[in-house]
Design a protein around this ligand. Structure first.
Ligand SMILES: Cc1cc2nc3c(=O)[nH]c(=O)nc-3n(C[C@H](O)[C@H](O)[C@H](O)COP(=O)(O)OP(=O)(O)OC[C@H]3O[C@@H](n4cnc5c(N)ncnc54)[C@H](O)[C@@H]3O)c2cc1C
Length: 278
């Protein structure tokens, strides 16, 4: 895809939201270019560039990833925006309900999402949808109260109440929108937290949309992020003690690791880790 194709690429999210790429600066080559300043070399082959990016990601040498920036236009329910805004390293400019009239767009979850409270996660929902017609009734009740609160909002406006006050009883399901600009390092941090299954389903949808867009701009960095951050696991000191007892280090040989897709350098690092450092 060319840069022109990517710009304005829009992915619909939830029932009335979206993520749209407005602009970006840099790609994998910007990461490599910045990193090579540290090591005093120019651009090398694709294989070497990929190796370098993976090395940077593995060793948490993060500043070269800050050379790439993304600017998105996003539309999401206010309760999603509240979780999203906790990520302080982005630049944000949000729609103003003081300046402009709020729209009558409210988030209504798909009925398949109206599930029981999870037993194993106090912050989440379980896999089972509410039974005996309860889900349908709640959906209708949510839609009715959204409409009632918007009608009330409009009636306040018609009495010339200031917009900044007329809006204060609107629910968290009301849609807002913003421009959101962030560098790749901090975007990876956001994605690590918000693609995780512990993140709320609704914000995960937006994280997935952004991931889908950026992997087309920075495919090598995204692959390294998936491998070394997203799909990696952290072990505590005690867990490492346990691993030491059960791992048969004789089975960790270079060929098996190369067959899995690790580079020679990565295989050597893993052998070193398991034989000497674990
Ligand atoms: C599943 C989940 C559940 C959550 N539940 C809750 C909850 O119940 N209540 C709640 O309040 N929050 C909750 N949060 C929000 C969470 O605590 C973080 O505020 C949010 O994820 C942003 O993370 P961050 O601070 O690392 O990100 P960012 O703000 O993007 O910061 C990125 C990194 O920059 C550094 N940084 C940024 N600003 C500072 C600073 N001022 N000082 C020092 N270092 C800084 C830190 O290293 C930080 O990790 C939850 C988040 C998740 C993913």
């Amino acid at each position: 895809m060319t840069k022109e194709d990517l710009l304005n690429l829009r992915i619909d999210c939830l029932d009335k939201g979206f993520v749209r790429l407005v602009d970006y600066m840099g790609d994998d080559s910007a990461v490599v270019q910045a990193a090579r300043v540290s090591y005093g070399n120019g651009t090398k082959s694709y294989r070497e560039d990929r190796g370098l990016i993976r090395y940077l990601m593995r060793n948490r040498h993060t500043s070269p990833f800050e050379m790439v920036e993304f600017k998105f236009h996003c539309r999401m329910p206010i309760f999603v925006a509240r979780q999203w805004i906790r990520h302080r390293t982005a630049n944000v400019n949000e729609y103003s309900g003081r300046y402009s009239e709020m729209t009558d767009d409210f988030y209504l979850p798909d009925i398949s999402q109206l599930r029981h409270q999870a037993d194993d996660n106090k912050q989440g929902r379980s896999a089972e949808v509410l039974e005996d017609g309860k889900a349908e009734l709640i959906m209708k009740s949510m839609a009715d109260s959204q409409k009632a609160s918007y009608d009330e909002y409009k009636s306040y406006l018609s009495q010339d109440l200031a917009r900044e006050l007329a809006r204060i009883n609107l629910p968290l399901s009301a849609y807002t929108e913003w421009y959101w600009k962030i560098d790749l390092h901090n975007l990876f941090h956001f994605l690590k937290l918000r693609l995780d299954k512990h993140a709320q389903f609704e914000i995960r949808i937006f994280a997935e949309a952004m991931a889908q867009i950026i992997k087309q701009v920075v495919p090598i960095s995204y692959e390294a992020f998936e491998d070394f951050i997203l799909h990696s696991r952290l072990f505590s000191g005690l867990e490492v003690e346990f691993l030491k007892k059960i791992v048969d280090t004789k089975k960790i040989n270079e060929k098996a690791l190369l067959d899995l897709g690790l580079s020679k350098r990565e295989a050597a690092a893993m052998i070193e880790l398991f034989t000497n450092k674990l």
